[in-house]
Design a protein around this ligand. Structure first.
Ligand code: PAF
Length: 440
């Protein structure tokens, strides 16, 4: 019995060589492939190149409607072969002129999300040079599915299923766990993930497990609409934004206990904080099973705890630490910065100044662990608004305590409280004594 035929729409474009011949040739050759029948084609029309990069010649575009028994990836293979035959270099450099571009817009009503093929095409509805030919072919464009970008998912099971689809489609999946109130620091995590992965999921979840009873769980800044705009601009594919009840059902009672890097500093001041962080991150890892997960170096102790937990529990996930993003005056970006009153905001730069001062002393030859810590404390002491919680010099990476005496490097970590704003704010910062390639 012949395989059932599916109606498919393929967009055609060319802006190199004999554009008309390339498009007509592609349609003629599609019709010669066993299992493909050309139903009709739109007229061809000119369109201006509107992408990024250097100016390019105008395009000639159209859409062809096919009836096919080929499965989607086989059809894609035919399209790629025709592009190559027309002289297109493959793998194709992004946004360069091309003799032939064939994009599968729709494959019946199927939704496909694999590394090589996403159907419906994610941007079909944004392109007039696709919309017009589709209308000409009588396609009801208002009724065709459009992909929300990013797709917002709340039930954990749905998030897990979405990530499974990506994984099954051969995608490299990146996860960016956040508590929302996204700022430029988060934006840089999303952008790094976008560059390195085929699919990027951001999670937005203010995790009650990592807040103590007297901490700011209820007051933590929340702005889902703003966060979705940031995610859309960064090209995030999906946002997982569950409620607390969805994330932790009423019987939830299993936690990840952490030691090592979780001791001292934040671990000493915030009982169970890292237990809550490790628990939610382990749960997110189990749901998404990403290849790569992205965390900011601003929370250096959290990063060390997560790295250790990932190794200890055997998650096959590469934990990527991303450089701190700072305001122009040096303040490390944090969702809680919005709560600083004007005087504290001005005073808050003292953290970075103190860290830089010790780093400068190290560069001049100071090697004493305690002398370097004293250098940080001396600068902090010039700012009476900063109530210092700790200043520590720890080993790079695992943040193991360093013994007194000379050091040949390490990371300085500091936390201080500021209290003149809407509510008290604790700020954390850290700096490597030896500048890295991404940290001036
Ligand atoms: O760094 C954060 O925003 C949170 O601690 C994290 C890693 C998303 C876990 O809730």
């Amino acid at each position: 019995m012949p395989a059932p035929a599916t109606i498919v729409h393929v967009a055609l474009g060319s802006n190199e060589g004999d554009r008309h011949r390339h498009l007509q040739d592609a349609i003629d050759r599609l019709g010669l492939v066993p299992g493909i029948e050309v139903v009709r084609r739109s007229s061809f029309r000119e369109s201006r190149f509107a992408g990024d990069g250097p100016a390019q010649p105008d395009y000639l575009n159209g859409v062809v409607e096919l009836r096919t028994a080929l499965p989607p990836l086989a059809l894609l293979g035919v399209c790629k072969a025709l592009e190559a035959r027309a002289g297109r270099r493959l793998p194709a450099p992004g946004n360069h002129p091309r003799p032939l571009d064939l994009d599968v817009l729709f494959y019946g009503d199927e939704c496909i999300d694999s590394r090589d093929l996403v159907v419906p095409h994610p941007r079909w509805h944004l392109r007039e040079f696709v919309l017009e030919p589709l209308r000409e072919l009588g396609v009801d464009v208002a009724a065709r599915p459009r992909r929300a970008a990013p797709r917002v998912v709340e039930p954990p099971g749905e998030f897990a299923a979405l990530c499974s689809t990506w994984l099954a489609g051969g995608c490299v999946v990146g996860l960016v766990p956040t508590m929302g109130a996204l700022h430029d620091g988060h934006r840089s995590l999303l952008e790094i993930a976008r560059r390195e992965c085929d699919r990027v999921a951001a999670t937005i979840f203010v995790n009650p497990l990592q807040f103590g009873p007297d901490e700011d769980f209820a007051a933590y800044p929340r702005d889902l609409a703003g966060d979705l705009r940031v995610c859309a601009a960064a090209g995030v594919d999906a946002v997982f934004a569950p409620s607390v009840a969805q994330m932790y059902d009423p019987g939830f009672c299993s936690h990840v206990a952490v030691g090592g890097a979780a001791s001292g500093m934040e671990g000493a001041l915030r009982a169970d904080h890292f237990r809550g962080v490790a628990t939610v991150v382990a749960r997110l890892f189990a749901l998404a099973r990403p290849h790569r997960a992205y965390f900011g170096e601003k929370d250096a102790q959290q990063l060390a705890v997560i790295r250790r937990m990932t190794r200890d529990l055997g998650f096959p996930i590469h934990v990527v630490g991303c450089p701190i993003v700072r305001e122009a005056d040096g303040l490390a970006m944090s969702s809680r910065n919005v709560y600083l009153g004007p005087a504290d905001r001005a005073a808050s730069t003292v953290l970075h100044r103190a860290l830089c001062s010790a780093r400068a002393a190290f560069a001049r030859g100071e090697r004493g662990r305690d002398a370097l810590i004293a250098r940080v404390r001396a600068v902090l002491a010039t700012e009476p608004r900063a109530a210092v919680d700790y200043v520590e010099l720890r080993a790079e990476g695992d943040l193991a305590p360093l013994p007194p005496g000379p050091v040949d490097g390490g990371r300085l970590l500091v936390a201080a409280r500021f209290t003149d704003g809407a509510r008290p704010v604790r700020l954390l910062d850290n700096l490597s004594l030896v500048p890295g390639p991404l940290e001036p």
